[in-house]
Design a protein around this ligand. Structure first.
Ligand code: IMP
Ligand code: MG
Length: 178
C-alpha cells in the first residue's frame, strides 16, 4: 500500500495499513471478550461504513452473541452534516439486552448521539460504543466511546468500509486525503 490513489476528483495517500488494522481489531475483540464474559451481547452494526470492521471484529468474538445491522446516514461528500436521518432496520427487541454499537468512525458525534438517544427509549440493559476510528478534535458531544481502534487527526479518510461519495469502501487499508 505504498501508492497515492485517485477516487473521483481527489487524491489519497496510504495512512493505516491492513496489518495495523488487523492488530488493533484483534486487541478490541480481546477486550470485548473479557468484558462480556458470561454475557450474551447484541452487536448493532451501523451500515454501510462498518461492514468490514464488523466482519473482522465479529470473527474474533468468542461470546454467545447476536448481530443486527442498522442504517443512519448523515454524510454527503467530505462534510459532516447535522441532519440525521431516521434509524432503519432495527427490528429486534433490545429491551434488557447488553448492546454494543459498532461504528466505523465518529467525527462530530452527531450521528451516534442521535442513535444512542433512540436506543435508550427502547430500554436496553446497557449500551457500549465501539468505533474503529475517532476524530477527537472534531468531536462535539460528551458521551464516552468504550472501544476505540485509532484516534486520528481531523482529516478525511477512505477505505476499510469508509467511503468518499460511496467509492473506496472496498480498499483493504485506510487512505488519507491529500
Ligand atoms: P458524525 O455524525 O460527524 O460523527 O459523522 C459520522 C459519519 O460521517 C460516519 O459514520 C461516516 O459515515 C462519516 N464520516 C465522518 N468522517 C469521515 C471520513 O473521514 N471519511 C469517510 N466518512 C466519514
Ligand atoms: Mg458510518
Amino acid at each position: 500500500m505504498s501508492e497515492v490513489i485517485e477516487i473521483l476528483d481527489l487524491k489519497f495517500q496510504p495512512y493505516i495499513s491492513s496489518e495495523k488494522i488487523d492488530r488493533v481489531v484483534g486487541d478490541l475483540a480481546r477486550r470485548i471478550n473479557e468484558d462480556y464474559q458470561g454475557k450474551n451481547p447484541l452487536f448493532l452494526s451501523v451500515l454501510n461504513g462498518s461492514f468490514i470492521f464488523t466482519s473482522d471484529l465479529l470473527k474474533k468474538i468468542s461470546l454467545l452473541c447476536n448481530i443486527e445491522f442498522v442504517r443512519l446516514k448523515s454524510y454527503d461528500g467530505t462534510q459532516s452534516t447535522e441532519n440525521v436521518r431516521e434509524v432503519l432496520g432495527l427490528n429486534v427487541d433490545i429491551k434488557n439486552r447488553d448492546i454494543i454499537v459498532i461504528e466505523d468512525i465518529v467525527d462530530t458525534g452527531h450521528t451516534l448521539a442521535h442513535f444512542i438517544d433512540y436506543l435508550k427509549t427502547r430500554e436496553p440493559k446497557s449500551i457500549k460504543l465501539a468505533s474503529l476510528i475517532f476524530k477527537k478534535e472534531a468531536f462535539q458531544k460528551d458521551f464516552e466511546l468504550d472501544y476505540v481502534g485509532f484516534e486520528i487527526e481531523n482529516k478525511f479518510i477512505v477505505g476499510y468500509g469508509l467511503d468518499y461519495n460511496e467509492y473506496g469502501r472496498n480498499l483493504d487499508s485506510i487512505y488519507q486525503l491529500i
